[in-house]
Design a protein. Structure first.
Length: 150
């Protein structure tokens, strides 16, 4: 098996999150996707389901965290990385913090509702964050969605 750089690994898993975002787009949901990775394997994948479930808390991150915790049989995801196409909101950042996720990688910033501006200390203190992975692709799918709504 060839050795890949962390950047290649991050881009690979962000593409998986983008697949989830495209699924959300096809379902008329805001196109945000997320995957949770443990030991180099996807253990959960999800996309926004707020319209489908009539639930404002059904964000991609929340769905992915719940699925990963169920699979692992515990509430803490200390050895996991969350890949999400858009910067988490305050609600999701709180859940990420409570789940003690080790690493968060996101694509496009959310300057209006993102955690970095509104709650920059919501993640667990040991959480590492990487931003801007496939940012253009992540931003483009959001812009495509909102163009059709206006």
């Amino acid at each position: 098996m060839p050795i890949t750089s962390q950047q290649q690994t991050d881009e690979h898993f962000m593409r998986m999150a983008l697949q989830e975002a495209n699924q959300a787009l096809a379902e008329g949901e805001i196109p945000i996707g997320a995957v949770v990775v443990a030991r180099g394997r996807i253990i959960a994948r999800a996309h926004n389901l707020t319209e489908t479930l009539h639930d404002v808390t059904a964000h991609a991150e929340m769905q992915a965290i719940t699925a990963a915790a169920n699979l692992l049989g515990g509430k803490y995801l200390t050895d996991c990385t969350l890949y999400v196409t858009v910067e988490p909101c305050v609600m999701c950042a709180g859940a990420i913090g409570w789940a003690q996720i080790k690493r968060v990688v996101y694509g496009a910033p959310d300057e209006k509702r993102g955690y970095a501006r509104l709650a920059p200390h919501a993640f667990h203190p040991k959480c590492n964050v990487l931003t801007g992975v496939l940012e253009a692709e992540c931003r483009d799918i959001m812009q495509q969605f909102f163009r059709t709504k206006r």
